[in-house]
Design a protein around this ligand. Structure first.
Ligand SMILES: [Zn+2]
Ligand SMILES: [Zn+2]
Length: 300
């Protein structure tokens, strides 16, 4: 994606407003993200009967240089830990129907995929999802939400990299996703902390959704990845100033370059011959990270 035409657009794909259990109106939430320099936002209110199944349309707040994508966090009975499914769907049509009686999580996720959405399983660590919960959602699931900021203040389970890497090692092919899951409650800090940089031909919802579904994005809490190229048996990375650039893959396999203010790194793929995938992590001197999507080794 780094070689293709277009540019990177910054967005948050998981956000709540007063249309469900968030504290700010859709207009105020859009204003916050505009002021923070985001290019796009998907409002994903809880698609539940008690909120009258909102599919919040924030397009009245679109401005030149800022677009919104209609979405929702979808729920139905029950994951193996006994709680409601939480399925993130970005790019839903306005007439997406509430789940009929008895619709399972996997059926609901599939219906969202067929309706054209970019679909992710939300916050596995926070809700103690098992691998079989995620597998039940099937191969059409696009991504696993591996960073979810709001869970920080609930049970400190912000990151779901463990289940993600285990599943990638077994051959599953999901993208990873970092989001705020912003609610803007008083005294909480779940906004403006984790986002995606999507490479798209233009800033419009259709182009952004197509790029998301193709995996043409990376995730960040700060650092930028300017270039990522596979050259022969090496991965070349150019980034904002970092203290460490890593490749990780199957088991504990990893290579890294460290130093002060690193702006580029070349990492050997030699140790990853038996790995289904590698992915790149860039960490700055504040400990903030950026995460690429996986590179599937058999496609190289
Ligand atoms: Zn949730
Ligand atoms: Zn949420």
């Amino acid at each position: 994606m780094f070689d293709r035409p277009g540019r990177f657009y910054r967005g948050n794909l998981h956000t709540h407003t007063t249309e469900s259990d968030g504290s700010l109106s859709p207009q105020a939430v859009c204003q916050f993200y505009k002021d923070e320099g985001y290019d796009f936002l998907s409002i994903t209110d809880h698609f539940l009967e008690r909120f009258d199944y909102p599919l919040t349309d924030a397009s009245p707040f679109d401005t030149p240089g800022f677009v919104t994508i209609r979405g929702a966090e979808l729920h139905t009975d029950r994951m193996s830990a006994g709680e409601l499914w939480h399925i993130l769907a970005n790019g839903l049509p306005a007439d997406f129907a509430p789940p009929p009686e008895g619709e399972t999580g996997p059926q609901l996720a599939q219906r969202a995929v067929e309706a054209g959405a970019f679909v992710s399983v939300a916050h596995p660590a926070w809700y103690s999802l098992t691998q079989s919960d995620i597998e039940a959602l099937g191969p059409d699931l696009h991504a696993i939400e591996t960073v979810n900021i709001t869970s920080w203040d609930y049970n400190d389970r912000v990151e779901s990299w463990h289940i993600y890497d285990v599943m990638l090692s077994q051959g599953h092919r999901y993208f990873c996703l970092a989001t705020d899951d912003a609610h803007f409650h008083k005294g909480r800090f779940d906004f403006g902390l984790a986002w995606v940089w999507v490479k798209a031909a233009s800033l419009d919802p259709e182009a952004l959704l197509a790029a998301l579904k193709a995996g043409d994005y990376y995730n960040s809490m700060g650092p930028r990845i300017h270039a990522l190229e596979v050259r022969d048996e090496e991965v070349y990375v150019r980034c904002s100033p970092a203290e460490r650039v890593m490749l990780t893959g199957h088991g504990s396999r990893a290579v890294y370059v460290n130093g002060r203010g690193i702006r580029e790194a070349t990492l050997s793929l030699e140790r990853f011959a038996e790995s289904a995938y590698v992915r790149v992590i860039v960490r700055d001197h504040h400990g903030r990270r950026a995460w690429s999507n996986p590179i599937w080794v058999d496609t190289l």
